[in-house]
Design a binder for this molecule. Structure first.
Ligand SMILES: C[S@@+](CC[C@H](N)C(=O)[O-])C[C@H]1O[C@@H](n2cnc3c(N)ncnc32)[C@H](O)[C@@H]1O
Length: 214
């Protein structure tokens, strides 16, 4: 029964694939640095925040899908889920554990998400990857296929946000004070002008912040 699939215990977590021999050269070959290639699942609270933001008509691209535990849950409520995971030692045992219960609307792709063309029917992307070093690449690839929303913890780390990809950020130099989040993945705070009338807790969606690489 589809409903119970996500309760399967998929034992890739305990094996800590990132500490196995060969992982370092695999990660280097894929350009994954600073823990970006490490598999580590998040907590149910994080997954619930994602699930609350997807609907039955959504076609989802799960970037860095790990052992598919979230992808399986998303497939229960969305139209289709493409799950992309670079690490064969994570995705292989996960597929083995799921076996014949693999839902028809869950398309699993073992590949580097930076290398593949994203499917053109994707409406929402999910990027749960706090150590993501390629945020800007994903945003521009998603925009190029017309994907409308990105659900991610890559920028703020401690919580999940939903980014409206249809609205470009404002130029950074127009921020007169307050928090900002940039399409390059950086976040930060600009001290207020004394005469600024901006709301203190407004987060400005920006482009061209001081952390952007030239
Ligand atoms: C922190 S884990 C999170 C796994 C999953 N999103 C979850 O929440 O359970 C990040 C995953 O992203 C994968 N990953 C990182 N960079 C990737 C890339 N360029 N293409 C595909 N997968 C990638 C890693 O192999 C790892 O399994």
């Amino acid at each position: 029964m589809g409903i119970v699939i996500h309760r399967l215990v998929i034992d890739t977590e305990g094996k800590r694939v990132q500490f196995q021999e060969g992982f370092e050269s695999f990660a280097a070959r894929h350009g994954l640095t600073d823990w970006e290639g490490w598999f580590s699942p998040y907590d149910d609270g994080t997954y619930d925040q994602v699930l609350q933001n997807i609907g039955e008509n959504d076609v989802i691209l799960d970037i860095g899908a790990g052992d598919l535990r979230l992808a399986l849950r998303m497939a229960e409520r969305a139209k289709k889920v493409y799950a992309v995971e670079v690490n064969p030692k994570v995705i292989g045992p996960a597929l083995e554990a799921i076996g014949w219960d693999l839902p028809r609307n869950l398309i699993v792709i073992c590949a580097n998400a930076l290398d593949i063309t994203f499917p053109s029917d994707v409406t929402v992307a999910v990027l749960l990857m706090r150590h993501c070093q390629h945020f800007r690449d994903y945003v521009s690839k998603l925009r190029s296929i017309g994907c409308r929303r990105l659900i991610t913890n890559a920028r703020w780390k401690a919580w999940v946000e939903v980014i409206d990809l249809t609205r470009p950020g404002i130029p950074f130099d127009r921020v007169r004070g307050g928090w900002y989040a940039c399409c390059c993945g950086a976040v930060g705070y600009v001290p207020y002008d004394s005469d600024s009338s901006e709301e203190p807790f407004l987060i400005h969606e920006v482009e061209g912040c001081p952390h952007c690489k030239p």
